[in-house]
Design a protein around this ligand. Structure first.
Ligand code: SF4
Length: 234
């Protein structure tokens, strides 16, 4: 039995792709479900609205604020996660304020208008730079000329199984790793076999059919069907 292993293929700020080997599909699916519902994250949970002249009801505004992803650095995250696991999430909170007025023209209120106010658990400095919305350009509501919005938003830790706003990932999916075997590298319709693949997995190099991008294969089996005896998908 192969030892379980994990190899990172692509890592960006908001995207991770990895290859998991030596585990069953059930394990991979359990990992997927755990990422969605069991990893604690920070999200706005309480909103105290002092002025709301906008067209949206208070409840809708609070819901929109809850869905804004928040960035926290590792040190702050560890403090909050530990407190959450000890059942102290209501004591370890982070608050933001938002105060926007459309004086003489309409103004769009964005996530960037949320300003860090305080953390209930100490003064790690500069805290304001370490707890921010992931993006400053998420629209919240548009204010017409003369309207105002003022509120305090309190963020707490939680998990996705309680509410989707605490999901740490937008989505997570897995697929079986394809095994592509070239049975006949010099088929009569070489270019047709290359062109049939919608994912650019096959290529013609020096008159031979080659696999160039195996992980991109979607297992659609078009190549097997349209070029019989040339490619085998496992
Ligand atoms: S199974 Fe589909 S995606 Fe994969 S190589 Fe064949 S045609 Fe391309």
């Amino acid at each position: 039995m192969q030892e379980p292993s994990l190899k990172i293929i692509e890592l960006k700020d908001n995207f991770l792709k990895f290859e998991l080997s030596g585990v069953s599909p059930a394990f991979a699916n359990a990992l997927r479900r755990t990422l969605l519902s069991e990893v604690p994250t920070l999200a706005i949970d309480d909103v105290i609205i002092t002025v709301n002249d906008s067209v949206l009801f208070d409840e809708i505004l609070a819901h929109r604020l809850g869905l804004i992803p928040l960035h926290i650095d590792d040190e702050v995250y560890d403090i909050l996660r530990e407190a959450y696991e000890e059942g102290k999430r209501d004591e370890y909170t982070v608050s933001f304020v938002l105060d926007v007025e459309a004086i003489d023209r309409p103004v769009m209120v964005y996530s960037g208008h949320l300003k860090f106010q305080a953390a209930s658990f100490g003064s790690l400095s500069p805290m304001s730079a370490r707890i921010t919305p992931v993006s400053e350009s998420i629209p919240i509501v548009k204010l017409a000329s003369g309207q105002k919005l003022a509120l305090e938003a309190i963020a707490k830790m939680g998990t996705g199984k309680e509410h989707a706003k605490w999901q740490p990932v937008a989505t997570v999916a897995y697929k079986y790793k394809p095994k592509i075997k070239i049975l006949n590298p010099k088929p009569k319709d070489l270019q047709k076999c290359v062109d049939i693949c919608p994912k650019g997995v096959l290529s013609a190099e020096s008159g031979e059919l080659k696999v160039v991008n195996e992980l991109e294969c979607s297992l659609c089996r078009e190549c097997e069907e349209k070029c019989p005896g040339v490619v085998k998908i496992g």
